[in-house]
Design a protein around this ligand. Structure first.
Ligand code: ATP
Ligand code: MG
Length: 280
């Protein structure tokens, strides 16, 4: 089934990203609700390149853990849009700010879904490169899906080094800043695992791990902390399994990090099996 753009009614703005706007829309004929990401033609060329890359990746993915794309539109004016499934509980970032931090049990459920999404992507040679709470969408069933593939990379032919400064720097792994630090064998996929670790730690402690709560330092300070400091660790009170899981993600040397499929069998997730109702 194709959904012509003329059959969509814009209901409200869901959010603004860098360069694009996401609307909640209704398909007039079926009354179904969707999310429509629009990038205007007069915008920045980098942003336009990103939306085409995102369209390309979303069209190739088919997983319950990746936000679904139903249509893409291109107007002669240059406007580009992506019709996606609507996630009615927002992002993990808004959830953190509205309801507060997550328990280990909640995080295990969230983590399992993100890892299934990442292992799907990595098996298809796609590196997300911008994993963070605001790019993880949630619905009221507490299904978590990976979104926002604007700076992702499809590793076609060889494993080319992808050390360009794209993505949100704060969640970037140490090797993204200095690809030679690991003897130059940066493979990219494990950068997503680092970002996952920081994301989960933020959801557990309530603020970005490298910074004390509420602090907004300059970029150089943050980069120094990421590259030269110890990886952040969980506060007292966290279980041994969760602490160890975090250590498997937040190894500064990427070759020591576990892969997404290895982490799916980590004791932290074994300890908190998926709820019987949802087969997650
Ligand atoms: P950034 O540019 O740093 O990635 P962002 O993640 O906020 O910022 P977008 O990915 O463009 O930018 O999305 C903007 C906002 O729109 C999101 O934060 C989210 O609140 C909302 N949003 C995006 N996609 C959907 C969706 N499929 N369902 C519901 N809300 C969505
Ligand atoms: Mg985003």
């Amino acid at each position: 089934v194709t959904i012509p753009a003329t059959e969509l009614e814009r209901l409200e703005v869901l959010g603004h990203g860098n360069g694009g706007t996401v609307y909640k829309v209704q398909h007039k004929r079926t009354s179904k609700i969707y999310a429509l990401k629009v990038v205007y033609g007069d915008g920045d060329q980098t942003v336009r390149r990103q939306v085409f890359r995102e369209m390309d990746i979303l069209r190739k993915t088919d997983s319950p853990y990746i936000v679904r794309c139903y249509e893409t539109y291109e107007k002669p004016s240059g406007d580009v849009a992506i019709l996606m499934e609507y996630m009615d509980a927002g992002t993990l970032d808004t959830l953190l700010r509205n309801k507060g931090t997550f328990t280990e049990l909640e995080l295990a459920h969230i983590t399992r879904q993100i890892l299934k999404g990442l292992s799907y992507l990595h098996a298809h040679k796609i590196i997300h490169r911008d994993l963070k709470p605001s790019n993880l969408l949630v619905n009221k069933k507490m299904e978590v899906k990976i979104a926002d593939f604007g700076v992702s990379k499809m590793m076609t032919r060889t494993l080319e080094a992808c050390n360009s400064y794209v993505g949100t720097c704060a969640y970037m792994s140490p090797e993204r800043f200095d690809p030679d630090a690991n003897g130059g064998n940066y493979d990219g996929f494990l950068g997503d695992i680092w970002s996952l670790g920081l994301t989960l730690m933020e959801l557990y402690v309530g603020h970005f791990p490298f910074l004390p709560a509420g602090q907004r330092p300059d970029w150089a300070t943050l980069m120094c902390a990421i590259c030269f400091g110890d990886p952040p660790s969980l506060p007292p009170g966290a279980s041994d399994e969760f602490r160890n899981f975090m250590e498997c993600c937040l190894q500064k040397e990427s070759s020591k990090r576990w892969t997404a499929s290895q982490l799916l069998n980590h004791p932290f997730l074994i300890k908190h099996p998926s709820p019987a109702s949802a087969d997650n």
